[in-house]
Design a protein. Sequence first.
Length: 201
Amino acid sequence: MQKSSPLMLASHNPGKLSEFQFLLRDLAMTLVAYPERGEIVAETGTTYQENAALKAHAVARTQGVYALADDSGVEVDALDGAPGVHSARFVSDDPWTNTREILVRLMDVPWEKRTARMRSVLCLASPDGQEWFFEGVLEGYILGWPRGNNGFGVDPVFSVDGSSSLAELPPDEKNRISHRALAAMRFGQFWSGARDEISRL
């Protein structure tokens, strides 16, 4: 399929860019990276939707293109849903430090109570201020220790089957079941249906 309709990912994270380029590879659009350095916008929202919208609108407005932003996190039941929307900055800006903190807090929690979910909310924003949201949720467990070398964030400690972590799965399998994959699928259905209208704006 011929690529058209440039779309800018509102993120500096190379892992996210690579993942979304794979997930959206069949759509009639070209996903490009945000070109500027520094923080896109302060993530002051209290929900995934608010933070995703802040980033998407900031990029769409300043770059004059459609922008896609993801805000995601892990919600651990034994921690009353934490870190949730604060996952990227739970106790640090460093992903491994945040993951280690989750493991430390769960040290005495039995396996059957280590349930958790990964949630992704995508916001598509237009240069004229419109917005659309797409959500994906993956249920699973927090392992006792990191496993695997693929993925990023909490992928090495998150398991769907209680055995293999997301970071141990082949990329094509992870990108079939992940929370971002589910959100991207819903976004792709919308983009395909709205492509003609979007190209005229």
